[in-house]
Design a protein around this ligand. Structure first.
Ligand code: ADP
Length: 366
């Protein structure tokens, strides 16, 4: 059990690539922390620095109160599960699980106890005498997890451990990992580029972009209160629609001016009217989640849209559209599957209690 702290960590590779910039993160004892961001944003670098596989350029990494910067990897007591889980093909599951303990020179009884415990936890007991070639992809992934578990590490690091599995298996193993981590209570850092995985697994999620931490929070908080346009667009499937606008105060109500169109912000909007009133006349970015467009009739707060494509997903449809007020951008609305869309030109009614506002630089206004 351990608390992990990244303090103002910088990592610049020899070729000048800045993989982490002033990265600050505190992972609580026993917490399941997910690092999420697009490929190349520095997630794996953060894990590799913690594991001691890379050296940091500046800053500190602490486990509990120990500064581990100068400790070799084997003294950090951290176990890492990678996406390419290399099991030894000629060894049985039992031998694969016991292998890290053999390297650590653990005694026979202790090894046996830990292997049995991990096998029970991962429901591998019946498979202990099989070789990896006789296992399914999901079972092999569980053995790889087992090899990390037997070491009884202070911290688990998981780098996209599910990305080689098919979609259905990913969902079931995702649930297994979450359950397992809860049972063991071992501090875990989990890296993924998949925001759905991040949202379903993380107690807290750290969203990263270009080596910088964008926002840290519980999944629902990231969704409901994104700190900037990057997080708003990244979290959610699809992410938030973002378009340029200005605000005006008319008859004591706040209006969003969208070229020739305008909509009136609801008094119950997520951002308070007084806050918005202080932003009138500025160039802003307005955000609206796909589910916050409802089909409209011809009343005031409807906006025209030209549908470019519709994706039917069974329980819902995603309607991609362009509009004279979207600045040439394609936006997306989410609708129930039963609503029949007969025309290319439709009216959409934004839910004006769910409008988000960002500065022109992309910082959220609350
Ligand atoms: P992620 O895990 O988010 O995909 P990484 O941490 O692997 O991102 O990489 C962050 C950035 O650092 C990327 O631009 C990547 O190309 C670069 N990078 C990673 N490893 C090295 C290396 N050994 N040498 C140079 N650049 C690297």
């Amino acid at each position: 059990m351990a608390q992990v702290q990244f303090q103002h960590v910088y990592k610049t590779y020899d070729d000048g690539t800045q993989a982490l910039v002033d990265f600050d993160l505190q992972v609580q004892d026993g917490e399941f922390m997910v690092l999420v961001g697009s490929s190349g944003c520095g997630k794996s670098t953060a894990l590799r620095l913690l594991a001691g596989l890379e050296t940091l350029t500046a800053g500190n990494i602490l486990i509990d109160d120990d500064d581990i910067n100068d400790k070799p990897p084997q003294q950090r007591n951290i176990a890492m599960v990678f996406q390419n889980y290399a099991l030894y093909p000629h060894m049985t599951v039992r031998q694969n699980l016991a292998f890290p303990l053999k390297m650590m020179k653990r005694g026979r009884a202790d090894t046996e106890r830990r292997v049995q415990q991990a096998a029970a936890l991962l429901e591998l007991t019946a498979l202990l005498e099989r070789k990896p070639g006789q296992l399914s992809g999901g079972q092999r992934q569980r053995v790889a997890m087992g090899r990390a578990i037997v070491r009884e590490p202070r911290v688990f690091l998981m780098d996209e451990p599910l990305s080689n599995l098919d979609a259905r298996l990913r969902v079931s193993i995702r649930a297994d990992i979450a359950g397992l981590q809860k049972k063991m209570g071992t501090t875990t850092l989990y890296v993924t580029h998949d925001q759905v995985e991040a949202m379903t697994l993380g107690e807290r999620v750290a969203v990263m972009n270009e080596g910088r931490l964008q926002q840290l929070g519980a999944p629902q908080d990231l969704y409901e209160k994104p700190a900037n346009t990057f997080v708003a667009g990244f979290i959610g499937n699809p992410g938030m629609n973002l378009f340029s606008a200005q605000l005006a105060k008319v008859d004591n109500r706040i209006q969003v001016m969208l070229g020739d169109y305008k909509i009136t912000v609801s008094d119950t909007n997520v951002v308070a009217p007084d806050t918005l009133a202080s932003c009138t006349g500025q160039d802003l970015i307005v955000g609206l989640r796909p589910e916050s467009f409802i089909p409209g009739s011809g009343d005031d707060d409807t906006l025209p849209a030209r549908i470019s494509s519709v994706e039917t997903l069974g329980h819902e449809q995603l309607i991609y559209f362009t509009a004279p007020w979207s600045g040439g951008k394609t936006l997306v609305a989410r609708q129930g599957s039963l609503q029949h869309i007969a025309h290319h030109e439709v009216l959409l009614k934004p839910d004006t209690s769910q409008l988000y506002f960002f500065t022109a630089e992309g910082v959220a206004i609350y």
